[in-house]
Ligand binder design. Structure first.
Ligand code: CEZ
Length: 793
C-alpha cells in the first residue's frame, strides 16, 4: 500500500481508496495548498490575509485552518478527465471525479512537488504539481502516453474548479490572447472604507495553458449538464460547449482532442492561481511560457527554496519510516512553520516562539530575528501579547482576541534551545523597545520582566491565574471570573524560571536570587494544592473546584501537568513513579498518548469550550501530538529515552496506515483519541499539519535520541536509544563542524564511553570545536543485561 524508500525522499501510496484523505502540502511565501491523493485541494494565498482562488461551489465561511477537512463530490480540486474517443470510455486522474477503476495508481509526495502516475484504458497519465517560488502559482505538468500498439483518438480535459467566488459579482471567460480561462469577482464587502482597502485584491483566478485547446467551458452548470461531476455532459459531447459564466459558478475546463500514435506521449503545462488583472496574467504567461526555460527556472528556484529546510542532523537507524521522516519531512515541516508562520499575519505568541525554537536548527538567524520581533511587542509590564503582528496591516484575530496567560513562559524555554544550538549569547544584550514605550531594555531584562509578570499573576495560594486560557486555547471558563488557576501554567512558570537560571548559570550571568526561591514556591504551591494522590490536577476553577482529579468522571487526568511537573522538578521520584503509571494506565493507546481522559461528553461550564469539542478530537482527549511531545521531552529529561521514543514513534504511522489515514510525511496536530469511548475512530489523523509538535520533535531527536546537545559552543553527548535499536549512525552539523557519530550498544562497557577520532575521551563533552573540521565520534553504550529468567524451584 505504501512505500517508503529512505534514499528517495518521496513516499508512494498505491491506492486511491484505502486512505482517501491521505495527501501532502506545498507552500511558498505567498501560498499553501494541501492536495489529497484523489485530486481534491485546499489552497490559500496571502494578500495579506489568507484568501481563496479556488472556492467551494457554495458560499464558504472564512475561518482558520481546520482539522479533518470534509471532502465531497464538488469539492475544489484539480482533475483530468481522459476520454477514449473511439470507445467513448472515460476515466479521471488522479481518481476523482469519475472514480473509474484504474489499472495502476501511485500518489507520490516529494519534498518540492507531488506527482501521480495513473494507468487505465491503456493510457498512462503522469501528473506533477509544483509551486512557483516567487508567486502564488500552482505549476502543473501533464504527460499522457498511449500505451497501445495502435493509434488512439483521445480527449483530455483538465478540469480545475473555481467555485463560488462572490455573492456580489462573479463571471468567467476564455481569453484567447492569454490562452487562459479567467474568472473575475468582486470580493464581497459592505463598509465604504473597505472599498479603498481592497483596491489591490487579486480578485481574478486564471487557468493558463501552454497549448491551445480544442475547446473550453467556463461554466460549471453547463459543463455538468443534466449529470453530475462524476460523468458531466460536457465530456460526452464531441467538443465542449464554449459557454462563459455570467454570475454563474465559474469553472475552468479545457479539451485537448488529439490523435496519439502507438506509444506516443504528449505533454502539457498549466498554471493556476490568483491575479489582480489581465495584464498581470499576460506577464505571468510571458514569464512562464514564452520559452520552456521560464517554467523550468521557476521550478528549480522552488526546489532551491525547499532545500533551505535541510537541518543539522541525519540519522540511519534502519527504521525507514522514522529515518526518512527525521531526515527530510521533519525539517521541511519545521521550516514551513518557521518560514511562513503557518501563513498567518498574527501568529499566536506561543506558536511563534515555539516555531522559532524549531528554526534555531534550520535558520538560526531567522529565529534570532523572531525573538527580537516578539520582544518588541511585549508590554513594559512584562506581559506578552496573545499574537505577534508580523505584517504592517495585521491585526489580532480569532483566538488572539481571547486573553491567555501563558505566553511569557515560552520566552526562556525557546531561547534555551536557540542558545544551545548557536551559542549566540550576544542576543541577551540586544536593546529592544516595548509595545508601549520606545525606551529600550536588553533581552535579558525583557525576559526577567516576563518572569516577573508570571510571578505577579498568581493568587494567594501562589498558583497562576488562567484567565480565559493557557496553552490550552479552548479552556476558557476555568478562570474567566478572575479567580481560576492553572496547575499546568504554575508548573510551566517554574520550569521557565529554572531554564532561565540554567542559562544564566551556564553563562555566568548574575541573576537575582529571588528567581530561585520563586521557582521553588511555584513547585511547592502545586504540590500543596494540586497533587491528587496519584497525579496532578489540571487546575482549580473560579469556584474553587479542582478538576482533572480522581473524583472527575470525565477529564479525570490531563497529560500536560504530569509532563511539566517532571520538567519543573515539582514531582519527586515517588510522584514521578505514580504519575507515569497513571499515564500508562489512563492515557496510553496504540496510537499515542491522549492529552486527557476520559474525553468530556458534555459541557462543563467551569472548564469551558474544550468540553464541547467532540470527544476524542483536538484538545478534548485526542492524541494531541503537541502535548505528547512535551511528555516525550520530559521523559528524556529523566533518562527514560526508551519510553520517550515509543511516544514519538507513535506520532508516525507504522503498520496501521489505514487506521491513521495518513502518510508519514508530516505529523498532524492530532490523531483521534477517546480510545475507550470511540474505538472505531481512534487513531484517525486530523490531517492538519499546523502543529507545535514538530519543533519539539526535532529537539527530541537531536538532544534526546541522538543526545548531541549544544552547550556554550560545545557538544554534550548523551544518546538515549530506543529498546529496539542496537546502533545508530548520526551525521550532525554543529558550530560549523561535522560530526559523524556511530552510537552502538555493547556489553563491553558498563557506562557510556566516547572515542573522538579514535581516542578515548574522559568527559561527555567535545570542546574546542573547529569550524570546517570533520570529527569521527564513537559512542559505546552499555547493552542492557539479557533478561535472566529464574525458574521458581
Ligand atoms: O490551536 C492550537 C494553538 O495554535 O491549540 C493548541 C495551542 O497550544 C496552540 O497554540 C492547544 O489549545 O481554538 C481552538 O479551539 C483551536 O482548536 C485551537 O486550539 C488550535 C487549532 O487546532 C489550530 O491548530
Amino acid at each position: 500500500l505504501v512505500n517508503v524508500a529512505q534514499s528517495e525522499q518521496r513516499l508512494k501510496l498505491y491506492s486511491p481508496t484505502k486512505m482517501p484523505e491521505a495527501g501532502s502540502f506545498l507552500w511558498n511565501k505567498h501560498m499553501m495548498v494541501q492536495f489529497n491523493c484523489r485530486g481534491y485541494a485546499v489552497g490559500q494565498f496571502m494578500q495579506p490575509e489568507p484568501s481563496k482562488y479556488a472556492y467551494a461551489p457554495n458560499l464558504e465561511a472564512k475561518t482558520f485552518m481546520q482539522p479533518e477537512h470534509a471532502y465531497y463530490a464538488n469539492h475544489p480540486g484539480r482533475f483530468f478527465y481522459v476520454k477514449d474517443e473511439d470507445s467513448g470510455k472515460v476515466f479521471s486522474a488522479p481518481y476523482e471525479p469519475t472514480k473509474a477503476s484504474l489499472d495502476y495508481f501511485c500518489f507520490s509526495p516529494g519534498q518540492n512537488n507531488i506527482s501521480w502516475q495513473i494507468e487505465a484504458l491503456k493510457i498512462l497519465v503522469n501528473i506533477t504539481v509544483s509551486l512557483s517560488d516567487s508567486d502564488a502559482i500552482e505549476m502543473w505538468e501533464l504527460k499522457v502516453t498511449n500505451l497501445d500498439n495502435k493509434p488512439r483518438n483521445i480527449s483530455i480535459y483538465p478540469y480545475f474548479t473555481i467555485g463560488y467566488m462572490s455573492w456580489m459579482n462573479q463571471s468567467a471567460d476564455f481569453i484567447p490572447e492569454l490562452n487562459a480561462i479567467v474568472a473575475t469577482c468582486i470580493s464581497p464587502y459592505q463598509k465604504v472604507e473597505e472599498y479603498f482597502e481592497r483596491a489591490n485584491l487579486k480578485d481574478k483566478t486564471y487557468f493558463l495553458a501552454d497549448t491551445v485547446p480544442t475547446s473550453w467551458c467556463c461554466n460549471q452548470k453547463v459543463f455538468e449538464g443534466n449529470n453530475d461531476i462524476s460523468s458531466p455532459d460536457g465530456i460526452h459531447e464531441a467538443t465542449l460547449e464554449q459557454i462563459n459564466s455570467l454570475y454563474e459558478v465559474p469553472a475552468a475546463v479545457m479539451q485537448y482532442q488529439q490523435c496519439f500514435q502507438a506509444k506516443q506521449s504528449k505533454s502539457y503545462r498549466f498554471l493556476f492561481g490568483p491575479a489582480r488583472d489581465n495584464q498581470q496574467i499576460a506577464e505571468i504567461k510571458q514569464k512562464y511560457f514564452a520559452n520552456a526555460a521560464g517554467f523550468e527556472q521557476e521550478k528549480s528556484s522552488y526546489q532551491h527554496y525547499i532545500k533551505q529546510s535541510s537541518g543539522p542532523i541525519n540519522i540511519e537507524s534502519g527504521d525507514d519510516v522514522f529515518d526518512q521522516f527525521v531526515n527530510h519531512w521533519l525539517p521541511r515541516q519545521v521550516f514551513y512553520h518557521g518560514d511562513v508562520n503557518r501563513l498567518t499575519t498574527d501568529p499566536q505568541t506561543r506558536n511563534y516562539l515555539q516555531d522559532n525554537l524549531g528554526m534555531s536548527y534550520i535558520a538560526p538567524k531567522k529565529a534570532r530575528q523572531a525573538f527580537i520581533t516578539a520582544l518588541s511587542q511585549q508590554d513594559s509590564n512584562g506581559e506578552m501579547p496573545d499574537g505577534i503582528l508580523i505584517h504592517p496591516d495585521a491585526s489580532l484575530k480569532y483566538i488572539n482576541q481571547v486573553p491567555h496567560t501563558d505566553h511569557c513562559v515560552w520566552l526562556p524555554i525557546c531561547l534555551q534551545a536557540y542558545l544551545n544550538e548557536t551559542n549566540d549569547i550576544a542576543l541577551l544584550d540586544e536593546l529592544i523597545a516595548f509595545s508601549d514605550t520606545s525606551n529600550k531594555q536588553t533581552v535579558k531584562q525583557h525576559i526577567e520582566l516576563a518572569l516577573d509578570w508570571l510571578i505577579g499573576a498568581r493568587d494567594e495560594r501562589g498558583l497562576s491565574y488562567i484567565a480565559q486560557g493557557d496553552w490550552c486555547d479552548p479552556m476558557n471558563m476555568v478562570g474567566y471570573k478572575g479567580k481560576g488557576v492553572s496547575t499546568w501554567l504554575t508548573l510551566a512558570s517554574a520550569y521557565a524560571i529554572n531554564i532561565w537560571l540554567e542559562i544564566c548559570d551556564s553563562y555566568n550571568i548574575t541573576v537575582n536570587s529571588k528567581y530561585r526561591s520563586f521557582a521553588e514556591h511555584l513547585n511547592h504551591a502545586v504540590n500543596k494544592h494540586c497533587w491528587d494522590e496519584q497525579w496532578y490536577s489540571r487546575g482549580i476553577t473560579d469556584d474553587n473546584v479542582s478538576f482533572g482529579v480522581a473524583n472527575d468522571d470525565e477529564g479525570r487526568i490531563f497529560l500536560n501537568p504530569q509532563s511539566w511537573a517532571i520538567l519543573s522538578g515539582a514531582a519527586s521520584p515517588e510522584q514521578q513513579r505514580k504519575l507515569l503509571a497513571q499515564i500508562e494506565l489512563q492515557l496510553e493507546t496504540p496510537y499515542g498518548t491522549m492529552m486527557l481522559a476520559p474525553s468530556y461528553t458534555k459541557m462543563r461550564e467551569d472548564v469551558g469550550r474544550v468540553t464541547q469539542k467532540f470527544p476524542g478530537t483536538a484538545e478534548n482527549g485526542s492524541i494531541y501530538n503537541h502535548a505528547a511531545i512535551f511528555y516525550a521531552f520530559s521523559l528524556f529529561k529523566i533518562g527514560k529515552g526508551e519510553k520517550a521514543f515509543e511516544v514519538m514513534r507513535k506520532m508516525l504511522p507504522d503498520d496501521d496506515f489505514i487506521k491513521r489515514g495518513q502518510l508519514p510525511n508530516f505529523i498532524p496536530n492530532y490523531y483521534r483519541g477517546a480510545y475507550y469511548q470511540h474505538p472505531r475512530t481512534a487513531g484517525r489523523s486530523s490531517q492538519l499539519f499546523n502543529t507545535g509538535t514538530v519543533s519539539w520533535f526535532y529537539r527530541c531527536v537531536i538532544e534526546g535520541i541522538a543526545g548531541l546537545t549544544g552547550d556554550k559552543g560545545e557538544l554534550v553527548i548523551n544518546p538515549q536509544l530506543p529498546k529496539q535499536w542496537s546502533n545508530l549512525t548520526v551525521a550532525r552539523e554543529f558550530n560549523g563542524a561535522t560530526f559523524n557519530v556511530e552510537i552502538c550498544k555493547t556489553k563491553k562497557v558498563t557506562q557510556q564511553k566516547i572515542l573522538l577520532d579514535g581516542n578515548e575521551e574522559d568527559s561527555d563533552r567535545i570542546t574546542n570545536i573547529i569550524a570546517g573540521k570533520h570529527y569521527q565520534v564513537e559512542v559505546l553504550l552499555p547493552a542492557l543485561p539479557e533478561l535472566i529468567i529464574i525458574m521458581g524451584v
